[in-house]
Design a protein around this ligand. Structure first.
Ligand code: AMP
Ligand code: MN
Ligand code: MN
Length: 364
C-alpha cells in the first residue's frame, strides 16, 4: 500500500515530469504484459499532458501483446543516445529491478551526470534503487498498479486505451488473479478499467487464446522433461535450443510454462531452465546480451564434469515458503519472493545438478 513517503516521491516525479518536454520510457528485455502495458500506459498519459515520449524496449514485443493500442510506437533502438545527443529531460525505467534489465542501453542510461533525471518505477523486492527518483512499491501487484496511481495523481483521464494497458499488466502479472501478489487493488483497479471500456474477453482472447501450434508442441516437449525430487518438493523442466528449433518457437512462447511445474501438489520450488543463444535465431538474445552479473554463488559442478558451457535463463517459483528472489539475486538476477529469475553460463547437466543440490539445502 502507498505510504506518505511514496506519495511524496510520486508528487516530486509529477512535478518534474510536468516541466519536461521530451521523455524516454523503457521497460525490461523479453517483456511481459506488465512491461508492455505499463510502458504504453505511461506514454499515453504523458502525451495527454503534451509531453513528447519515446517508448523503448530492446526485445521484439511478444505476439500476444501486439493487440495493445499504440504498440507500434515501441522502438527497439535509440540512435540519438549512441550519438551522445541525448535530448531527453527524463528517462523512466519501468518494471526493472536493476538498470541492466533494460538490456544493452542499461549502462548508458545508468550513467550519472547525463543531463536527465532517471526515474525508477517498480515492484520487485530486489530493486537496487538505481536512478534519481525511486517509486518502488513491493506490495503493488504489478508496475501497472503504480502507473495507475501515478496517472490518477497526474489528473490525466484514463482513456479506454490506457485502461486496456493497465488491465493487461495487472491481469498477466497476477497470473489472472491467481498468484500471491494478487491484492485488493488488482480487483478494484481492473473493475474500474472495465467500467472505462476494457473488454475482458477480448484481452483474454489475445493474451491466452491465440497460441500457435508450435507453442503447444513446445509445451508437450517441456512437459516431457518434468522431473520431481526431494519427496516431491522440487520440480524442474528444461527447454533446449533444439526444442525451440523443432517447434519453430521463440522465448516468448515459454511465458507461463513454469506454472505447470509449480502447480504440482506438494511442490515448494519449481524451476524452468531455458537455453538462450545468439541473434540469428532471434531468440532470448536480450537475456544473452546482459553481462552475467557478479555472482555470490556458484553452481556446483558435477564431479569431473567436462561438459561445454551454454547460456541459460533460469526461472524460479515458490509456494511462498522459500524466498526465490534472494536465490536469484545470489546468481546476479532478481525478482519477487515467489517468482524470480537469473541468467547463467553453464552446461545443462551441471546446471541441473547444481540447482538440485542447492534445492536440497533449501527445501525441507
Ligand atoms: P521469469 O522467470 O523470467 O518469468 O521472471 C520472474 C521474475 O523475476 C520477474 O519479475 C522478472 O522481472 C524477474 N527476473 C527474471 N530474470 C531476471 C534477471 N536476470 N534479473 C533480475 N530479475 C529477473
Ligand atoms: Mn515484468
Ligand atoms: Mn511486473
Amino acid at each position: 500500500m502507498f505510504n506518505v513517503q511514496l506519495m511524496q516521491v510520486m508528487e516530486n516525479i509529477i512535478r518534474y515530469l510536468k516541466h519536461s518536454e521530451n521523455v524516454l520510457i523503457a521497460s525490461h528485455v523479453n517483456p511481459d504484459g506488465d512491461a508492455v502495458g505499463s510502458l504504453i500506459a505511461m506514454g499515453l498519459a504523458l502525451n495527454a499532458l503534451n509531453i513528447k515520449t519515446t517508448l523503448y524496449n530492446e526485445s521484439k514485443i511478444p505476439t500476444v501483446y501486439c493487440f495493445l493500442p499504440s504498440v507500434a510506437r515501441i522502438v527497439p533502438t535509440l540512435d540519438n543516445i549512441q550519438n551522445s545527443t541525448f535530448e531527453y529531460d527524463a528517462a523512466i525505467v519501468l518494471d526493472c529491478g536493476d538498470i541492466q534489465r533494460v538490456g544493452k542501453m542499461g549502462s548508458e542510461l545508468g550513467k550519472s551526470g547525463s543531463g536527465f533525471q532517471l526515474i525508477n518505477i517498480d515492484h520487485h523486492i530486489t530493486n537496487t534503487y538505481f536512478g534519481d527518483f525511486h517509486l518502488i512499491d513491493i506490495s503493488a501487484c504489478a508496475t501497472a498498479e503504480i502507473i495507475y496511481r501515478l496517472i490518477k495523481k497526474m489528473g490525466v483521464p484514463i482513456t479506454s486505451a490506457i485502461a486496456t494497458c493497465i488491465y493487461t499488466g495487472i491481469l498477466t502479472d497476477t497470473g489472472s488473479f491467481r498468484f500471491s501478489n494478487t491484492n485488493k487493488a488488482a480487483f478494484e483497479i481492473c473493475n474500474e478499467m472495465v467500467a472505462l471500456g476494457v473488454d475482458p474477453y477480448n484481452v483474454a482472447k489475445h493474451v491466452y487464446g491465440r497460441y500457435s501450434m508450435g507453442r503447444l508442441k513446445l509445451l508437450n516437449l517441456a512437459l516431457d522433461t518434468l522431473e520431481v525430487s526431494y519427496n516431491g518438493k522440487v520440480s524442474m523442466m528444461t527447454i533446449t535450443r533444439d526444442m525451440f528449433d523443432e517447434t519453430g518457437t521463440q522465448a516468448e512462447d515459454t511465458d507461463g510454462l513454469i506454472n505447470y511445474a509449480r502447480r504440482i501438489k506438494d511442490v515448494k520450488l519449481a524451476v524452468l531452465i531455458q537455453e538462450c543463444w545468439l541473434p540469428d535465431c532471434q531468440l532470448p538474445v536480450s537475456d544473452y546480451h546482459i553481462p552475467v552479473k557478479k555472482q555470490q554463488s556458484e553452481i556446483k559442478k558435477r564431479p569431473g564434469s567436462v561438459a561445454k558451457n551454454r547460456n541459460f535463463h533460469v526461472s524460479l517459483r515458490s509456494d511462498g515458503t522459500i524466498d526465490v528472489a534472494s536465490i536469484a539475486a545470489n546468481f546476479g538476477g532478481g525478482g519477487h519472493r515467489t517468482a524470480a529469475g537469473f541468467n547463467i553460463e553453464s552446461s545443462i547437466s551441471d546446471l541441473k545438478y547444481g540447482i538440485f543440490n542447492l534445492a536440497k539445502e533449501i527445501v525441507n
